[in-house]
Write a protein that binds this ligand. Structure first.
Ligand code: ADP
Ligand code: F6P
Ligand code: MG
Length: 323
């Protein structure tokens, strides 16, 4: 294989540029030609494919976002649209593709592999919902961003004796809330994987926190948790007089996605990018790079996208212990 392409797809996150740089430079060093695809699968469909040289990926390691652009491209689920995409790759003589993205993007990669187009995936999503890898590219930086916000909010919460509802991203996965709640010393963590507690139980928890003499009550709420942050806010406000604390809400939103990647994400992106390029050039397909016990390994893409990554039992136990 002598000509490969790379695309970034789905939600952006820190460390995508490290992946692009590593795939490009590793493949160039092996004598291959490398092509970048703009805006994820949309660029394949629109034939927005251009050649990448080593200098094109210089100076990007410390930048958030993705120099290739990214997109959600729902029409890619349609086989006719994917055939158009493959025709564009074939016209340029491109023989293999590296897909960098979340569980949705990697599902697209499985389908391309099943259409006999050599494809390797790199897990990159702030949600850390991709199974079969300990962590995805972008998660570490996002957690640090969330923690900085939580620490700041705690200053205000303690100064004013307030209960704060802090909503974090994660789509249907509670990992960001759980991990940042643990590291941020939250009083309560609400994740979609664990149903409940009821609004009444949450109010009781706030009262208990006050009675125990704490100066604040920080609650980390995953965006996928039901009935949702606003429902908790409304309920707590309806019982404001009994709580002891004033109630405030902060939805962290898109602050969590951008920004300079951490050392960990730059390194993980570089390791996974280099491994992905080597695998593709040596003829592998349908595999995803994964971090397991500190080592980069390969797992079948189809297995990685079969289910969302379950929350770690050990992490859950640790949260209980710290209560
Ligand atoms: P992420 O990759 O961050 O999880 P999405 O779930 O939005 O983000 O998926 C990104 C893109 O991956 C989708 O917009 C679509 O282009 C592609 N994709 C997702 N699921 C499929 C599928 N079943 N078949 C083909 N492409 C898919
Ligand atoms: O998958 C990353 C993520 O930021 C999720 O946490 C969030 O639910 C979603 O993307 C938001 O998507 P969009 O950028 O399309 O609003
Ligand atoms: Mg996803």
């Amino acid at each position: 294989m002598k000509r490969i392409a790379i695309l970034t797809s789905g939600g952006d996150g820190p460390g995508l540029n490290a992946c692009i740089r590593a795939v490009t430079r590793t493949a160039l060093k092996q004598g291959a030609e490398v092509f970048g695809v703009r805006r994820g699968y949309t660029g394949l469909v629109q034939n927005a494919i251009f050649q990448l040289e080593s200098r094109d990926v210089g100076g990007i390691l410390g930048k958030g976002g993705t120099i290739l652009g990214t997109a959600r491209c729902p029409e890619f689920k349609d086989i006719k649209v994917r055939r158009t995409a493959l025709r564009h790759l074939n016209q340029q003589g491109i023989e293999g593709l590296v897909v960098v993205g979340g569980n949705g993007s990697l599902t697209g990669a499985v389908v391309l592999h099943e259409m006999d187009f050599p494809t390797i995936g790199i897990p990159a999503s702030i949600d850390n919902d991709i199974d079969k890898t300990d962590i995805a590219v972008g998660v570490d930086t996002t957690l640090n961003t969330i923690l900085e916000a939580v620490d700041r909010i705690k200053d205000t919460a303690s100064s004013h004796q307030r209960a704060f509802l802090v909503e974090v991203m994660g789509r249907n996965c509670g990992y960001l809330a759980l991990q940042s709640g643990l590291a941020g010393g939250a009083e309560l963590i609400l994740v979609p994987e664990i149903p409940g507690p009821s609004l009444e139980e949450i109010a009781q928890e706030v009262v208990d926190t006050y009675v125990r003499g704490k100066g604040h009550c920080i609650m980390l709420i995953a965006e996928g948790w039901q009935p949702g942050t606003r429902a908790v806010e409304e309920y707590l406000l309806s019982r404001q007089g009994e709580l002891g604390f004033d109630v405030r809400v902060t939805v962290l939103g898109y602050l969590q996605r951008g920004g300079r990647p951490s050392v960990f994400d730059r390194t993980l992106g570089t390791r996974m990018g280099a491994a992905a390029a080597e695998a593709l050039l040596s003829g592998q397909s349908g595999q995803m790079t994964a971090l397991k016990a500190g080592q980069i390994i390969f797992v079948p893409l189809a297995e990685a996208v079969q289910q969302l990554k379950p929350l770690s039992r050990n992490l859950l136990k640790l949260v209980e212990l710290m209560d």
